[in-house]
Design a protein around this ligand. Structure first.
Ligand code: S3P
Length: 445
């Protein structure tokens, strides 16, 4: 069974306006996935607050419920999960459909590759197009047997494992937290030390949260390792607001003169803050207050004022830590004076959509000179005329073009916006409250 749905939502955004007020965007998607997975694997009962009740994380939640975790939803964003222990997962007895969620599929693949029962992981059409060899190959080196479709795509059929798995020292060709985490999770079931080296440091939420659950993890920039045979102990976790969701308001505020927005409790993990460095380098006025740590992660309140942006050559050092924010940053580039150049970001081509093509095509449809490169883009700031764009079912493409309307001369219509709910439930309501002139229409199929 697959989770493909017919898309019915479109956004219609009237041009102009500015953003203002104090807002709190929903919980971090990466951290919410991990909180559910690790609580399900732990011994005891964990309470998660600030959970992102978006479709992606709900897929993870349903999968772990099917494998035996007990979940009590105290309210939309508060969960109490009683784990089954590292050896307690049970055969879900059904195909695990994780919808649009690459994080669910790749992390769960590592975990399932080590179980004594077989399983099948599938997802929606977008996820079934995305590369999975990046996890199935290293997992095969650890002794797992995983059957893929042509080209290493999902559905993935995972055979029961002979334990223990082999510990490996893996040099990943890509900086990917999903690959690193998948291998580390399998490594919990391996004999010896499983090590992952990366070309650049990817987000380190797995390392931080596993440590909080009592697992000894060796971690430094571009390296993480875990010894097999360790157990997880239940904890309480507070999930910070997602900087990737905050990015749409940051860019919206930065491009719209007169804006003044404060975003509360935004996750500021240094492996995720590339968007702040890039916007500041473009001239954005951003300040951070009330810095503190919640759930082992740094957070702060981020204030952004309307700013005169200028184009830059994006420093390749910031690419990995801003990887999900480039769709929004392309809008900032379109509203900046001069040219912005991005390279070293080929990963954007294998996200929920090919984000380089999706953004460059959409920007050109709106009158901006945007040139797609194999691993990035060249965008000349200019007049955003308005018009109609395709999101290709990609949540971040839809939200990026919605905020672009703040600087457009005519309305912008974005089709195929249902998937915004994967990462940012309540986007339209929050953006309307902040000042975006957004209307949602529903086509009845
Ligand atoms: C994620 C890692 C990133 C990111 C994705 C979430 C995670 O993917 O793009 O949205 O939670 O580990 P890659 O691991 O493919 O870089």
């Amino acid at each position: 069974m697959s989770s493909d749905v017919l898309s019915v939502l479109s956004y219609h955004v009237a041009p102009g306006g500015r953003l203002s007020g104090r807002h709190r965007v929903p919980g971090d998607k990466s951290i919410s996935h991990r909180a559910v997975m690790f609580a399900a694997l732990a011994e005891g009962t964990s309470t998660i607050t600030g959970f992102l009740d978006g479709e992606d994380c709900l897929c993870t939640l349903r999968a772990f419920e099917a494998m035996g975790a007990t979940v009590a939803r105290l309210d939309r964003t508060t969960l109490r999960i009683t784990g089954v222990g590292i050896d307690g997962l049970k055969d879900p007895g059904t195909v695990l459909d994780v919808g649009n969620s690459g994080t669910s599929m790749r992390l769960m693949c590592g975990l399932l590759a080590a179980q004594r029962f077989g399983s099948t992981l599938t997802g929606d059409a977008s996820l079934r197009r995305r590369p999975m060899k990046r996890v199935t190959e290293p997992l095969a080196q650890m002794g797992a047997t995983i059957h893929t479709q042509a080209g290493g795509r999902a559905p993935l059929q995972i055979e029961p494992a002979a334990r223990p798995l082999n510990a490996i020292r893996y040099h990943s060709p890509v900086a990917s937290a999903q690959v690193k985490s998948s291998i580390l999770l399998a490594g919990l079931y391996a004999e010896g030390l499983t090590e992952v080296h990366e070309p650049e440091a990817s987000r380190d939420h797995t390392e931080r949260m596993l440590s909080a659950f009592g697992v000894r993890v060796e971690a430094r920039e571009g390296y993480a390792a875990v010894q097999g045979g360790q157990r997880l102990r239940a904890i309480d976790i507070e999930v910070p607001s997602d900087i990737s969701s905050a990015a749409f308001l940051m860019v919206g505020a930065a491009i719209a003169p007169g804006s003044d927005v404060t975003l509360e409790a935004v996750g500021l993990n240094p492996t995720r803050t590339g968007v702040l460095h890039i916007l500041k380098a473009m001239g954005a006025r951003i300040s951070i207050a009330n810095e503190r740590t919640i759930g082992g992660e740094p957070v702060g309140d981020v204030r952004i004022l309307g700013s005169a942006l200028h184009g830059i050559d994006i420093d390749p050092r910031w690419v990995a830590s801003a990887i999900d924010e480039f769709p929004a940053l392309f809008i900032a580039a379109a509203c900046a004076r001069g040219e912005t150049r991005l390279s070293g970001a080929a990963e954007l081509r294998v996200k929920e959509s090919d984000r380089i093509s999706a953004m460059c095509n959409g920007l050109r449809a709106l009158g901006i000179d945007a040139v797609a490169l194999a691993d990035g883009a060249r965008i000349s700031g200019g007049r955003l005329r308005g018009g109609s764009v395709e999101s290709l079912g990609d949540h971040r493409i839809a939200m990026s073009f919605a905020v672009a309307a703040l600087r457009a001369e005519q309305p912008i219509t974005i089709r195929d916006c249902d998937n915004v709910a994967t990462s940012f439930p309540g986007f339209s309501t929050l953006m309307q409250a902040a000042g975006l002139r957004l209307r949602v229409s529903t086509r009845h199929p």
